[in-house]
Unconditional design. Structure first.
Length: 166
């Protein structure tokens, strides 16, 4: 009983901090520029330098509203919630190599193991090893629940940008 009460308290604290961070985002957000070399995906697994992903279509702003209204006409909403919309019609996964020197830009991740330390830091640069370590931690924040914009050059991921979602 004591463990579950402590676990619930930690979870509640984490949610409060995360929600607070979502409202503290402000005007600093900049959409990730999509290029022909960019693929947006969920990361499902990481083994060494091999990333397993589930590709998605990521929409923001007016594009998100348009696609949302086409696909969810009976939602009762006039626009995409939170200004973005994700389409994942093909849930197949693929494994792709990552350059060990790939640039990794994070918006929010577990730096200390303490939910109270979660904070949005736009495009914080970390090493691929730090990304791998953070991805394996799920107690405070599961990074696999975020989409990532991957730059793929010659079949290798050279840049990983976490997409912040409120």
């Amino acid at each position: 009983m004591k463990k579950s009460a402590i676990g619930a308290a930690v979870l509640l604290t984490g949610l409060v901090v995360f929600i607070s961070a979502a409202y503290a985002v402000g005007d600093n957000y900049q959409p990730v520029k999509q290029t022909p070399d960019t693929e947006t995906a969920y990361v499902t697994h990481l083994n060494g330098n091999q990333l397993t992903t589930d590709a998605i279509q990521w929409y923001e702003g007016q594009d998100a509203d348009r696609i949302f209204l086409e696909r969810e006409p009976d939602s009762g909403l006039d626009a995409a919630p939170d200004g973005y919309y994700i389409v994942n019609d093909d849930e197949s996964i693929r494994t792709i190599n990552v350059d060990p020197n790939a640039q990794v830009l994070m918006q929010i991740y577990d730096k200390s193991g303490n939910p109270e330390d979660l904070d949005v830091a736009w495009n914080e640069s970390i090493s691929f090893k730090e990304f791998a370590d953070a991805l394996s931690k799920t107690d405070v924040l599961d990074l696999k629940s975020f989409p990532y914009h991957l730059t793929i050059e010659n079949g290798v991921v050279t840049k990983i940008v976490q997409q912040y979602v409120p």
